[in-house]
Structures are given as structure tokens and as C-alpha cells.
Design a protein around this ligand. Structure first.
Ligand SMILES: [Zn+2]
Length: 299
């Protein structure tokens, strides 16, 4: 039987940055506990599994009040199958929960020779050539604005938190560097030709989740920020064989998870960033008027 979706404005979408950890238990962040674990929510496209509710004491929150953070494992991906609907299911659940602030963490591959494995990166824009396929709205009249797909205020807070916690000599690259994230559905990594093409188009890094999440977060009118770290160069970017990233991932998943959690503990509920105003759906009346002008009968 499906669980009831809890109400909270805060969500943390866990990704490959947290793989191999029991989250948030292994992070040992003070004042943090799990209120409910193993939740399953029903959506119009089927069930979504591996949700939990993280409870945070008032210590560290901007208003001194306790808060709950809705958390899903691995972008909502099922463990034993490929289901790209997972992104739409997650966004639908976050909308039903009343979520206003979303952080998603991930790992990524670099297509920029100046971005190297171990860099913590906060993207500024998205290059997703397939972005309407899993729209939550299901209709072309639901066109949202695409400026500021990543919340500038959450990004600034994330950078500040990462600069406190990310281990040296690895670097933190914030939105001032205006990094562009390309989306690749996966599960395979981008090919050498794809990496070259996206690089020419202006992308700096690539992963399997950020593009889809950014589009859907805009559709539900929520602020969204992506916290990622580079684990490898995309194939063909450097003139040498790919390196095993296992040791690097294991050494950085703990600080990456702490940065995600602490950022969501510190995140204010302010709307001064302006993200919510960028969900400007076309009004049904405007469509009717335009069609009547052309002599169509509207349903
Ligand atoms: Zn925002």
C-alpha cells in the first residue's frame, strides 16, 4: 500500500554523489535524524520507491525552527530497471508535497580540460536537446521560461557551504564560472563524438540527471540547484585512456553528502531569487483567442 506524501517545502534528491553511503546516518550531522524510511508513493505513472523524511532540529536552520526534508534515493531511479519516467514521478511527488526548494547531488564527467576530477561544481545553465519528452504538464501550452534554471540564491549558499567543507586541494567552482551542463539519458557514458559535439556547443560537463531535473523543477515552480563533482573526463576529451574513478568517488562522497545536507538545513524560504515567477504558463484563454482568429473551432 502506498504511503501518504508528507508536506514540506524542502527536498533533497540524492544521486551518485551519495552512492555507497547510508544517508544521512553516515554523515553524522548534528541534529539530523530519519523520521520515516522506505516510503513508496503512488503517482500517475506508477509507484516511486526509496523515499524518506529527514528531520532536522532548529540548530542550523535560518529561522531556528525544526524542518523536514523530503529525500529520495538516486533520482528516483529503480534499482533493477531503466525508467526515465522516474524524473517525472519525483517532480510530481515534490509538487504534491508543496516543495519550494530542491537540491540534487550527482557526479559528472568533464568536457572542459580546465575542469578536472575532484572539482566540486555548481552549474549555471543546461544544454538538454531532449527536454520536453518527460514534461510534467503533458501539453505544449505549458511553456516555462528557461533563464535561471538554477536558483542563484541556493547556488550562492551551496558554494559558501562547499568552500567550508570540500577537501583541499580539490576546488569549488561556483556559478560565477557559468558552467553549462549537458544532459545524457544514459546508462552509457557519452561517446567521444558526443563529447566533442557538446563541447563545441558550449557544454562543460555531462551527467544523466541534472537536465531533466532542472526542467521539471521549473514546471513545478520550485527553486533548484545542482551539486555535482567531477569524477572523470568524458571519453575523448583528454588524449589518454580513461582512469578508474572508484577511489576518488569513495574519498569525496562523504563531504559531498554533508554539503548537500547542510545546504538544505541552511536554505531560507525566501522568494527574493525570483525563480517562482519564471513558471509562466500560457493561459488557456490565449490559446482559444489565437485559434479563433484563424477560424478554428475550439474544444
Ligand atoms: Zn530560487
Amino acid at each position: 500500500m502506498a504511503d501518504t506524501i508528507p508536506q514540506t517545502p524542502f527536498a533533497l534528491i540524492s544521486g551518485s554523489a551519495q552512492w555507497g553511503l547510508m544517508f544521512p546516518d553516515d554523515v553524522l550531522e548534528p541534529g539530523v535524524s530519519v523520521r520515516e524510511r522506505g516510503l513508496v508513493f503512488e503517482t500517475p505513472w506508477g509507484p516511486s520507491e526509496n523515499w524518506q523524511v529527514i528531520e532536522v532540529s532548529g540548530e542550523g536552520t535560518p529561522d531556528g525552527e525544526p524542518r523536514r526534508i523530503l529525500n529520495v534515493f538516486a533520482h528516483g531511479w529503480p534499482i533493477d530497471s531503466i525508467d526515465h519516467e522516474a524524473f517525472r514521478k519525483v517532480a510530481w511527488i515534490l509538487r504534491e508535497a508543496g516543495v519550494k526548494k530542491i537540491l540534487a547531488d550527482s557526479t559528472s564527467g568533464s568536457m572542459n580540460r580546465m575542469l578536472k576530477p575532484g572539482d566540486f561544481i555548481i552549474p549555471w545553465d543546461v544544454l538538454d536537446l531532449s527536454q520536453t519528452r518527460y514534461s510534467l504538464s503533458g501539453k505544449m501550452t505549458a511553456a516555462c521560461q528557461s533563464v535561471q534554471l538554477f536558483c542563484r540564491h541556493l547556488a550562492a549558499l551551496l558554494k559558501e557551504t562547499a568552500e567550508e567543507l570540500w577537501p583541499h586541494p580539490h576546488r569549488v567552482v561556483g556559478q560565477d564560472q557559468q558552467l553549462v551542463f549537458a544532459h545524457n539519458w544514459g546508462p552509457r557514458f557519452g561517446s567521444r563524438a558526443e563529447a566533442h559535439a557538446y563541447k563545441v556547443l558550449g557544454a562543460d560537463a555531462m551527467n544523466h540527471s541534472t537536465g531533466a531535473e532542472a526542467s521539471l523543477a521549473r514546471e513545478i515552480g520550485a527553486c533548484y540547484v545542482a551539486a555535482s563533482f567531477i569524477v572523470r573526463w568524458q571519453d575523448g576529451v583528454m588524449d589518454r585512456p580513461p582512469e578508474d574513478s572508484t577511489a576518488l568517488h569513495e574519498s569525496l562522497r562523504h563531504p559531498a553528502s554533508r554539503i548537500s545536507l547542510r545546504t538544505m538545513i541552511r536554505a531560507p524560504l525566501s522568494e527574493q531569487c525570483g525563480c517562482h515567477k519564471l513558471r509562466t504558463l500560457t493561459r488557456r484563454e490565449d490559446i482559444r483567442f489565437a485559434q479563433n482568429q484563424r477560424g478554428f473551432t475550439c474544444g
